[in-house]
Design a protein around this ligand. Structure first.
Ligand code: ADP
Ligand code: ADP
Length: 222
């Protein structure tokens, strides 16, 4: 489904990612785990097309997408502190992405209803993000990223800034949602517990290089 092949990224002289290769299979929940500055975000942004690789390739569904602009990659993105559009209601936030992806009015209505229900914020449909709690706003971001049914969902530390209890609740929910819609997912975190509890496959990065790769059990035992 997703294949990262010999990815290398320099920012000037700084080597952020060094010859990184991995695969995420269809429907799999993969996680990039490692300390701050190890190259997780750079890798994710390269997959999204927001950062240009110095070397290497990105393949989605077997297609070489290296060099393709982000909007041609059919990717769902949730960043840390993911910005919802403050001047739009929850519904309009989700509709925006659907319009960009060519969904007609009836389909949009259907997708909005389905995905608001999935992330359990249907009752806030007509609210603005500023009227929501931090956790509810994250749910809007997740619904927005999923509603147009991307080939792959990319999440970069989506629980940053939330308190411990909420983080735990949301990580369980994200995992449930991912199972339910069976979307191929790549998740980025520095939190080992988070990675172990959510993932099918974990890639441990350090200094831009892959240190380990395996199931949570395999990683935990090492
Ligand atoms: P992580 O997501 O694991 O924290 P990043 O991919 O953000 O790691 O960063 C990897 C390294 O690249 C860090 O040393 C960071 O400072 C550097 N870096 C990230 N983005 C840029 C950029 N746009 N310009 C220069 N250096 C960057
Ligand atoms: P993350 O860990 O998710 O990359 P950061 O706060 O490190 O978040 O990065 C935020 C933004 O700043 C990104 O666009 C990243 O590319 C850029 N950035 C990160 N490190 C550097 C750096 N050393 N020099 C220039 N830009 C950077």
């Amino acid at each position: 489904m997703l294949e990262v092949e010999n990815l290398t990224k320099f920012y000037g002289d700084l080597l952020a990612v060094n010859d990184l290769s991995f695969k995420i299979e269809e429907g799999e929940f993969g996680t990039l785990l490692g300390p701050s500055g190890c190259g997780k975000s750079t890798t994710l942004r390269t997959i999204a097309g927001l950062v240009e690789p110095t070397e290497g390739g990105i393949y989605l569904r077997g297609d070489d997408v290296t060099g393709q602009p982000p909007n041609e990659r059919n990717i769902g993105l949730v960043f840390q502190d993911s910005a919802t559009f403050p001047h739009m209601t929850v519904e309009e936030n989700i509709e925006y992405g659907l319009k960009m992806n060519g969904f007609g009015p009836d389909e949009r209505e259907e997708q909005i209803t389905k995905y608001l229900d999935l992330v359990q914020i249907s009752e806030y449909r007509d609210h603005r993000p500023t009227e929501l709690s931090g956790g509810q706003e994250r749910r809007v971001s997740i619904a927005r990223a999923l509603a147009y049914e991307p080939d792959i969902l990319l999440l970069d530390e989506p629980l940053t800034g939330l308190d411990r209890v909420l983080r735990q609740d949301l990580r369980n929910e994200i995992k449930q949602i991912q199972r339910e819609v069976e979307v191929t997912t790549l998740y980025v975190t520095h939190d080992q517990e988070e990675a172990l509890s959510m993932s099918d496959k974990i890639l441990v990065l350090d200094d831009g290089e892959k240190q380990q790769e395996g199931s949570p059990t395999e990683i935990y035992d090492d």
